[in-house]
Design a protein around this ligand. Structure first.
Ligand code: SF4
Length: 200
């Protein structure tokens, strides 16, 4: 997988300050796309274990609310195969941080079992994503006043509540100190070649 960009402090694609990964590769070809260079699967930089380590470290500070995946298209099958590994690690290390994902595909039609973009990784990816913003960008529906989406047809779907039913704010564990230390220890273990630090 290639990626176009990583934003360390993104405040446009989900609540709070977020780390955003813009992956390369998208077959939706929406007219008026804000990022057409990312349609090319070879655009940008190669995504490596070092890239993943960098993202995990960027997520460490308490003020980082979570991770956002966008692109390009995170749900192109080639990208799912890599992103599922990243999401597993983010979920394991940062259970209280939120994961948002943007897709030009439609949740029910394309991503669920039987859908054109459903792969052996899709269900697991969806199980780890808190909020999915779905649907193609439609120029005729474009509305710059919308929060977190570009056109009115796109939906913001809450897929899971990730253990915040008790109303615990994001990052509460890390803010207490021990969470941050545990997270850093896990990242360092991965980076040292721990057996878990393998491409899935
Ligand atoms: S899904 Fe997103 S990246 Fe792909 S063409 Fe549409 S707006 Fe562009």
């Amino acid at each position: 997988m290639n990626y176009a960009e990583i934003k360390e402090y993104d405040i446009a694609n989900g609540p709070g300050v977020r780390v955003s990964l813009f992956v390369s590769g998208c077959r939706n070809a929406c007219p008026g796309c804000f990022n057409p260079e990312t349609w090319d699967f070879d655009y940008g930089h190669t995504y490596t274990l070092e890239t993943e380590d960098r993202i995990l470290r960027m997520l460490l500070p308490d003020y980082i609310e979570g991770l956002t995946l966008l692109g390009g298209e995170p749900f192109e099958p080639e990208n799912q195969a890599v992103l599922v590994g990243l999401l597993r690690k983010v979920r394991r290390i940062y259970p209280h941080k939120s994961i948002w994902c943007y897709t030009g595909y439609t949740y029910e039609k394309d991503l669920l079992s039987g859908g054109e973009k459903h792969t052996s990784f899709t269900d697991e990816m969806l199980s780890m994503i808190d909020v999915l913003v779905d649907g193609r960008f439609l120029l005729a529906e474009k509305d710059i006043t919308l929060l977190y989406r570009g056109s009115r047809n796109q939906r913001i779907l809450a897929l899971r509540t990730k253990g915040r039913e008790d109303g615990e704010p994001a990052g509460a564990e890390d803010a207490a100190g021990t969470g941050a230390r545990d997270a850093l220890k896990q990242i360092e273990e991965f980076a040292r070649g721990d057996s878990r630090w393998k491409k899935e």
